[in-house]
Ligand binder design. Structure first.
Ligand SMILES: C[S@@+](CC[C@H](N)C(=O)[O-])C[C@H]1O[C@@H](n2cnc3c(N)ncnc32)[C@H](O)[C@@H]1O
Length: 283
């Protein structure tokens, strides 16, 4: 099989599921990641033959894509802002909306010149914590997650990206009552209601960790409530909370915040025009 025949095989098998440009992107990423073949080689040397062992790998990867496995898990990596992060099915694949949340924090804190204590609740791959620690060195970052496996990935990602983060295995719904004064809380906790499952794609439902996605049916704002209660005790005056939220629950979120705190609330939309982020400021 030649480079171009491989591309055509991908196109013919995957065209029912993906757009052609998406398939070509996948193919090029796979050649680069598995065999260090540059994307330009496809145009410059389309008739180069793959060795039989490589053909075997290409066909196995194609089968995984046909089985709805996300490309990021197949490659074992993804990019988030300027970072390259390791991802496995133990962690959520970081989303572009979360890059926007990080951008908001960085914009607000770009002029600080003294240490600020920041905590990332539900860190997953570590994407938020690592970006913030890397891009604003005055942030002293703690990141927590309930999942030991997720923390292992996050720790490796922190090392790979040369950042120092205090990782802690902890449950957001049972946080220590010890006072831990904090300047900034950032969280993208699980926020999908189980009834939204029918609108979700199989590649998410069958591969990404349910613990990172879903909230209890009867208490969908559980994580936000626990974080707000924690903030009431630990957030310093002028402290700020940044939440990624489920747009379906915007009004319930606002009611929850007003019932627990007197923080001011600011909304921000994601690139798809949905209110996806909140900034809460304590006074
Ligand atoms: C939506 S994911 C976000 C991951 C990452 N911060 C991101 O933005 O891609 C939510 C994370 O919360 C963690 N989590 C779920 N329940 C938790 C709990 N009770 N306490 C702490 N972390 C929890 C999951 O393991 C998962 O990593």
């Amino acid at each position: 099989m030649t480079y171009i025949e491989g591309r055509n095989l991908f196109r013919s098998q995957l065209k029912v599921f993906f757009e052609i440009n998406e398939i070509d992107f996948y193919y090029k990423m796979i050649l680069k990641s598995f065999f260090k073949i540059e994307p330009t080689s496809l145009a410059l040397e389309p008739k180069t033959l793959f060795l039989p062992a490589k053909v075997k790998i290409i066909k196995a990867v194609l089968q995984r894509l046909l089985n709805d496995e996300p490309l990021q898990y197949i490659l074992g990596t993804t990019s988030f802002r300027s970072l390259e992060l390791m991802v496995t099915p133990a962690v959520l694949i970081p989303r572009p909306e979360t890059e926007e949340l990080v951008e908001w924090v960085l914009e607000d804190y770009k002029s600080i010149n003294c240490k600020h204590l920041l905590i990332d609740m539900g860190t997953g791959s570590g994407c938020i914590a690592i970006s913030l620690a890397k891009e604003q060195p005055f942030f002293n970052v703690t990141a927590l997650d309930i999942s030991r496996k997720a923390l292992e990935i996050a720790k490796s990602n922190a090392i790979k990206n040369k950042t120092i983060i205090n990782f802690s295995q902890a449950d957001i719904t049972a946080l220590s009552s010890e006072i831990f004064p904090i300047n900034v809380i950032v969280s993208n906790p699980p926020y999908i209601h189980p009834r939204e499952k029918k609108e979700m794609k199989n590649n998410v439902l069958n591969n990404e960790p349910p613990i990172a996605l879903f909230v209890p049916e009867e208490d969908p704002l559980l994580f936000y409530r626990c974080i707000l209660e924690y903030a009431q005790k630990n957030l310093l005056p002028d402290g700020v909370i940044y939440f990624e939220i489920n747009p379906y629950f915007l009004s319930e979120m606002k009611n929850l915040i007003l019932s627990i705190t007197n923080y001011s609330i600011e909304e921000r939309k994601d690139i798809f025009g949905k209110v996806r982020m909140l900034r809460l400021q304590s006074h």
